[in-house]
Ligand binder design. Structure first.
Ligand code: CUA
Length: 323
C-alpha cells in the first residue's frame, strides 16, 4: 500500500468510513448508519431491561420464592414479532434498491473486465484492447461498469473509497458500476478469503483526468513493443502474478523455483519424468494440471486465453535466462 492510498483509506474520512469518491457512496453509508444506530439502540434497551429485571427480581429475604412466570402474553408476543419484522423489511427494501442501483450501469458507461485469480487482479479494457494487472486506471467523472469473473476460486472486489464491493465468481460474470469524482490513488482489496496469499491480493485504482488517461493508454499499448523477449518475460513475471508462487532465487515456494531449471529433468507426481524444455513450460502455463512436479500441489490456474503466444514465449525466454 503506498502513502497516498493509505492516506485516502485511513486519514481523510470519518472515524468509521474512508473518504467517499463515488456518487453511490452516500446511499451505502446512510444504510450502514441506519443499521449501526438501530443495533446500538436495541443493544442499549436489551441490556438496560436485563439489568433492571435482575435487580427487581433478585431473590432476597423479603422475596424468597421464585416469581410465578406467565406462560403467554399475546400483546407482547405480537409486539416483539411485528416490530422487528417491519424493521428488517425496511433494511431489506433499502438494501435491495441500493443493490439494483449499483448493479445496473448507466447507458454509455465505460466497461472494464475484471478477472480475479490467485492472487492478483487483472483488468481488460475492451475498447482500448488493453490488459493490465495490479493497477486499474480510469478517467475521472466517468461511469465505470465492471464486468467481473474469477479464474479459480471466489474472490471479492472491493474499493473502500468508492464503497464498491461485489463477489467475483468462477464461471459467471457479476457486474457493478461506480464513478470516481476525484483524482488520486485508491486501494483495492480482495475481501473473500481465497487462499494463503489472500491478504496480498491488492491493486491500486488510479483516477486520472481524461487527457492523462489517454496518455496512459498510449503508453501502455505501445510500451511492450520492441522489448527483448526475456525482458518482456521479466515484466510478465511480476504483472501476471507468477512471482507469487515461483521464486527466481532457487527457493521453492507454492510452486517450483524458476532459477536454473531450464533443461533439467523433472520428476512428476506419478513418478515419471520429463525434460524441462519449451514444450513442457508452455504446456504447464496452459494446462498446469497435466504434468505436476513431484512435491507440489496442483493449484496453479490455467493461463489459457489470458496470455498471448508472444507472452508465453517471453516467459519461456525469461526462465531460460535465469541460470
Ligand atoms: Cu482473492 Cu482473497
Amino acid at each position: 500500500m503506498n502513502n497516498q492510498t493509505a492516506e485516502n483509506l485511513m486519514g481523510s474520512g470519518t472515524l468509521w468510513l474512508p473518504k467517499a469518491i463515488s456518487p453511490n457512496a452516500p446511499g451505502v453509508d446512510n444504510l450502514f448508519y441506519f443499521i449501526f444506530w438501530l443495533s446500538g439502540i436495541f443493544f442499549a434497551v436489551l441490556i438496560a431491561v436485563t439489568i433492571y429485571l435482575l435487580i427487581k427480581y433478585k431473590k432476597s429475604d423479603s422475596n424468597p420464592l421464585p416469581t410465578p412466570s406467565p406462560t403467554h402474553n399475546t400483546k407482547m408476543e405480537l409486539a416483539w414479532s411485528i416490530i422487528p419484522f417491519i424493521l428488517v423489511m425496511i433494511i431489506f427494501a433499502w438494501g435491495y434498491v441500493g443493490w439494483m442501483e449499483t448493479s445496473i450501469a448507466p447507458k454509455g458507461a465505460k466497461e472494464i473486465y475484471v478477472t480475479g485469480r490467485k492472487w492478483f487482479w487483472e483488468f481488460n479494457y475492451p475498447k482500448e484492447d488493453l490488459k493490465v494487472s495490479h493497477e486499474m486506471v480510469i478517467p475521472v467523472n466517468t461511469p465505470i461498469k465492471l464486468i467481473m469473473t474469477s479464474k479459480d476460486v471466489i474472490h471479492s472486489f472491493f474499493i473502500p473509497n468508492a464503497r464498491a464491493k461485489r463477489d467475483v465468481l468462477p464461471n459467471r460474470y457479476t457486474t457493478y458500476w461506480f464513478e470516481a469524482t476525484e483524482k488520486g490513488s485508491f486501494q483495492i482489496f480482495c475481501t473473500e478469503y481465497c487462499g494463503d496469499q489472500h491478504s496480498t491480493m491488492l491493486a491500486t485504482l488510479h483516477v486520472l483526468s481524461q487527457e492523462e488517461y489517454d496518455e496512459w493508454v498510449e503508453k501502455e499499448k505501445f510500451g511492450n513493443d520492441g522489448l527483448a523477449l526475456d525482458v518482456l518475460g521479466k515484466k510478465l513475471y511480476s504483472s501476471q502474478g507468477c512471482s507469487g508462487c515461483h521464486s527466481i532465487d532457487g527457493n521453492n515456494g507454492v510452486g517450483p523455483t524458476w532459477k536454473g531449471v531450464y533443461g533439467e529433468t523433472r520428476v512428476l507426481v506419478d513418478g515419471s519424468s520429463v525434460v524441462m524444455d519449451e514444450n513442457y513450460i508452455r504446456e504447464s502455463i496452459l494446462q498446469p494440471g497435466a504434468k505436476v512436479a513431484k512435491g507440489f500441489a496442483p493449484v496453479m490456474p490455467s493461463y489459457a486465453g489470458s496470455l498471448k503466444d508472444k507472452e508465453i514465449s517471453a516467459l519461456i525466454e525469461y526462465i531460460k535466462s535465469l541460470k
